[in-house]
Ligand binder design. Structure first.
Ligand code: PLP
Length: 404
C-alpha cells in the first residue's frame, strides 16, 4: 500500500519550486543549460552578502554552539528594535521581536498561532504563495483581494473591504511586493491601516524588500500608521543583505499588543517548540542593520540591480502583445501576455513551452494565486548578459507562437 501525504496538503501549491521547476531539473540532468529566472536568490548570481556579515558569523561561530533564547539573541533583537525606532514605529520592546530561520518560518508560525478551522485571512492576489499556503496549512481560509494592475498594482481597497466577513481575522500586505514589484502609495497604506482598525483585524505586513527601491520610490512601514489594532511586521537578511542561505528573519509586534496576550503566548509557545533559530546567523543581524547599507549601491541608477531591472522592462515592453508595470521595488517583474495574440492556452502552457523550447525558466502568474491566467514572473537577478540571452529567447518564442 502507498503511503499517502496528509489530507491537509492535498490542495496546497508552491509553484516556485513546483512541477515546472522539477522539469527544469530533469532537463539539466540531461545536459541542457537552463536560464533560471525563477527564484529570488541573490547569491548564485554574484550578489555577495556584505563582507562584515560574513566576518561576524566566522568570528562568532565558537560562541554560537549552544541554543539561545527562543525569541532570539538579545543583541539581534535589540538591533531590530532600534531599527523600528529609526523607521518611526512606536512602542516596540525587546520581547516584541522574534528571530526566525528566515521570514518563511515566522509566516507559518504567525498563522499557526492564530487560526482555527475556517478563520479567514485576506491575502493579496497575486501574492507570495507561502502566505496562502500557510493560512490553509493552519486550517484557515485564504480569501484573496485584488491588487490592481491599472493602478500600479496597488491593492483595490473596495475589493479588500467587501471581502471582510465575521470570520476575518487579519489582512496580509506585501510591500514592496513580490511578484509585482509594486511599492504601495502612502495613502493606500494609510487606508488599509484604517480598514484594519475599523474592523479590528490584525495587519500582517511582509516588508522583506523594504530597502530594495528604485527611482526614488519610498517605503512606508504600515506599523507607523497603526495604533488601535495589532500589527505584525516581517523582515530579514535574505534580500536586503543578500544572505538567503543564512536563513535569518524577524517578526515585530506593535500596535494594540495589550489585546493580543493569548496570541502572543501562542507565538512564544511555537518559538520555544523549535528551541531557537539558527544561532550563527543571529550574530550577523546587529551588523547588518547597523552597518553600511550596501544594497543602496545596487539599486541606484548605475547600480547592477537597477540596470538589470531596466533591461528586462525595456525588452519586455518592446514585444508586441506583452505589457508590464515598471517595478518600483523588489527583484521581480510581472508581465502580462495578451493571450488573444498567441497560441498558448494559458500562463502555465506558456511557461512550460518556454522551458521546453527555449530552456528559460519563469513562474506562471497563477502560481502566485493571481486570478487571471495570463501573467508570469521574471526574476531580474542574473547579469545583463544572461538576461539579454533570456530576453532574446522569450522574444523569439513569442514570435514563433504569434497568431497572424
Ligand atoms: N516574503 C516574501 C515576500 C518573499 O519574497 C520571500 C522570499 O522570496 C520570503 C518572504 C521568504 O524569505 P526568507 O528567505 O526570509 O524565508
Amino acid at each position: 500500500m502507498q503511503i499517502q501525504k496528509s489530507k491537509r496538503l492535498e490542495h496546497l501549491r508552491y509553484d516556485i519550486r513546483g512541477p515546472v521547476y522539477e522539469k527544469a531539473l530533469e532537463l539539466e540532468s540531461q545536459g541542457y543549460k537552463i536560464v533560471n529566472l525563477n527564484i529570488g536568490n541573490p547569491a548564485p548570481f554574484g550578489f555577495d552578502a556584505p563582507d562584515e556579515i560574513i566576518h561576524d558569523i566566522i568570528l562568532n561561530i565558537r560562541n554560537a554552539q549552544g541554543y539561545v533564547d527562543s525569541r532570539g539573541l538579545f543583541a539581534a533583537r535589540k538591533a531590530v528594535m532600534h531599527y523600528t525606532q529609526t523607521q518611526g514605529i512606536k512602542g516596540v520592546e525587546i520581547n516584541d521581536v522574534y528571530i526566525g530561520n528566515g521570514v518563511s518560518e515566522l509566516i507559518v508560525m504567525a498563522m499557526q498561532a492564530l487560526l482555527n478551522e475556517g478563520d479567514e485571512i485576506l491575502v493579496p492576489s497575486p501574492d507570495y504563495p507561502l502566505w496562502t499556503t500557510s493560512v490553509a496549512l493552519s486550517g484557515g481560509k485564504p480569501v484573496h483581494y485584488i491588487c490592481d494592475e491599472q493602478s500600479d498594482w496597488n491593492p483595490d481597497l473596495e475589493d479588500l473591504e467587501s471581502k471582510i466577513t465575521p470570520r476575518t481575522k487579519g489582512i496580509v500586505m506585501i510591500n514592496p511586493n513580490n511578484p509585482t514589484g509594486a511599492v504601495y502609495e502612502k495613502e493606500v497604506i494609510q487606508k488599509i491601516a484604517e480598514i484594519a482598525e475599523r474592523h479590528q483585524l490584525i495587519l500582517f505586513s511582509d516588508e522583506i524588500y523594504d530597502k530594495i527601491l528604485y527611482d526614488g520610490a519610498k517605503h512606508y512601514p504600515v506599523a507607523t500608521m497603526v495604533h488601535d489594532t495589532l500589527c505584525v511586521t516581517f523582515g530579514g537578511l535574505s534580500k536586503n543583505y543578500r544572505a538567503a542561505g543564512f536563513r535569518g528573519g524577524w517578526l515585530i509586534l506593535s500596535g494594540a499588543k495589550h489585546r493580543a496576550k493569548s496570541y502572543i503566548e501562542g507565538l512564544t509557545f511555537l518559538a520555544s517548540m523549535r528551541l531557537c533559530a539558527n544561532v550563527p546567523t543571529q550574530y550577523a543581524i546587529q551588523t547588518a542593520l547597523g552597518g553600511y547599507q550596501s544594497i543602496q549601491d545596487l539599486v541606484l541608477p548605475m547600480g547592477r540591480l537597477h540596470k538589470q531591472m531596466n533591461l528586462v522592462y525595456d525588452r519586455l515592453t518592446a514585444i508586441p502583445g506583452v505589457s508590464c508595470v515598471k517595478p518600483k521595488g523588489s527583484l521581480y517583474v510581472f508581465p502580462k501576455i495578451d493571450l488573444r495574440k498567441f497560441d498558448f492556452q494559458n500562463d502555465g502552457d506558456f511557461v512550460f513551452q518556454l522551458l521546453s523550447e527555449q530552456k528559460v525558466l519563469v513562474v506562471a502568474g497563477t502560481g502566485f494565486n493571481y486570478i487571471h491566467n495570463d501573467h508570469f514572473r521574471i526574476v531580474f537577478l542574473p547579469s545583463t548578459d544572461e538576461l539579454t540571452i533570456a530576453m532574446n529567447r522569450i522574444e523569439l518564442m513569442l514570435d514563433e507562437h504569434r497568431i497572424h
